[in-house]
Write a protein that binds this ligand. Structure first.
Ligand code: TXA
Ligand code: MG
Length: 320
């Protein structure tokens, strides 16, 4: 990766560079605690167009806007008491909130696909928060991968996707969680989870003490997040979930310590059956197995508990 002139280590100099780039309509990849984001100035139509083009992202799929304070969130959305309480409990952190949008010069219609709502997140990422402070405005940052492909959890994943087409990559090491934020829609009478993520629905219910609906469930009639109807997180190799015994020619993504399975090639998401470790490794290992260009990637069963539900959801979406 050192061959790439667009990759810089995290430092005060790279923060300044990133701000200068954002001001000049360029795209900057940055680590967040969930996955790497591809950042641009959401008020700048030229930058937004570049971002959608590079990611090959459909125009109907709105961006998440990143802030580094509640005050900044209030400049671009209507925050009622309930929303403010949730922000105080979970921010900074891996929870994106969908709120009624307040129109202003910070966020162009095109950044949010013309919606009346806006998805906002205050990430627990020092680099992003420093950049927002210096930029003095929110930044848009979708996951730093080609639309539909596996998200990037490390700087070299971003380079694998975009090479020199991304103007700047700040390498801050691996993302802490390895899976995207949970999206919670607060625009209706009852909060609705639009995308499963790092924060589990039972934790949300417990900490908020309110009922929460889950829109990603198949029996729910309400439309999902615009981006959630798409095939996602997919390797190029066909993927199959819940496979206990891989066949010759398969690349195997194992979980847990079942020694009876000796398959080559294989990677183990967590030998100790730790679901957080599995989430941390998931996208990196899928990319590694995809590179082997086998006939299939087959994945061992993963328990539907906590973040395990999110891992399963990502894998199911990858296997559509
Ligand atoms: O963890 C994350 O959230 C990462 C990091 C970089 O912050 N970002 C991320 O962005 O996952 P992206 O663009 O890959 O996914 C954003 C999702 C899409 O599914 C999009 O449809 C949904 O957020 N979204 C954006 N605005 C929305 C809105 N107003 N209402 C409902 N869903 C929205
Ligand atoms: Mg994404």
């Amino acid at each position: 990766m050192n061959m790439h002139k667009n990759v810089f280590k995290e430092s005060n100099t790279s923060v300044k560079k990133a701000v200068k780039y954002l001001e000049r309509s360029k795209l900057v990849a940055l680590k967040t605690e969930t996955v790497y984001g591809l950042a641009c100035d959401p008020s700048n139509i030229e930058a937004i167009n570049k971002l959608y083009e590079l990611k090959k992202r459909p125009a109907f799929n709105p961006l998440i806007i990143h802030v580094n304070s509640l005050d900044l969130a209030k400049k671009i959305s209507f925050v009622n008491r309930k929303a403010e309480e949730i922000m105080k409990k979970f921010w900074p952190g891996p929870l994106t909130l969908v709120l009624p949008r307040k129109k202003n010069s910070f966020v162009h219609d095109f950044a949010v696909s013309g919606l009346e709502t806006i998805a906002i997140r205050f990430p627990n990422s020092e680099i992003i928060n420093k950049i927002i402070s210096a930029f003095k405005r929110p930044i848009a940052a979708p996951s730093a991968n080609t639309s539909g492909y596996i998200s990037s959890t490390d700087a070299h994943h971003v380079i694998e996707c975009f090479g020199n087409k991304v103007d700047l990559v700040i390498n801050s090491g691996r993302s802490n969680y390895g899976i995207e934020s949970t999206i919670l829609d607060l625009t209706g009478p009852t909060p609705i989870i639009q995308r499963l993520g790092v924060i589990d629905s039972s934790l949300l219910k417990e900490r908020l003490g309110v009922e929460i609906l889950e829109s990603h469930l198949k029996d729910n009639k309400r439309p999902n997040s615009p981006g959630q109807c798409l095939k996602h997180y997919s390797p190029k190799t066909p993927l199959k979930v819940n496979v206990n015994s891989p066949k010759i020619g398969d690349a195997f993504l194992n979980f847990g310590n079942d020694n009876s399975i000796t398959h080559d090639p294989s990677l183990n998401l967590s030998k100790s059956s730790n679901l957080n470790e599995a989430a941390y490794n998931l996208f990196d290992f899928l990319r590694k197995l995809d590179k082997l260009k086998k006939k299939r990637i087959v994945v061992a069963p993963i328990p539907y508990i906590g973040i395990g539900k999110t891992i399963n959801e990502r894998l199911e979406r990858a296997s559509i």
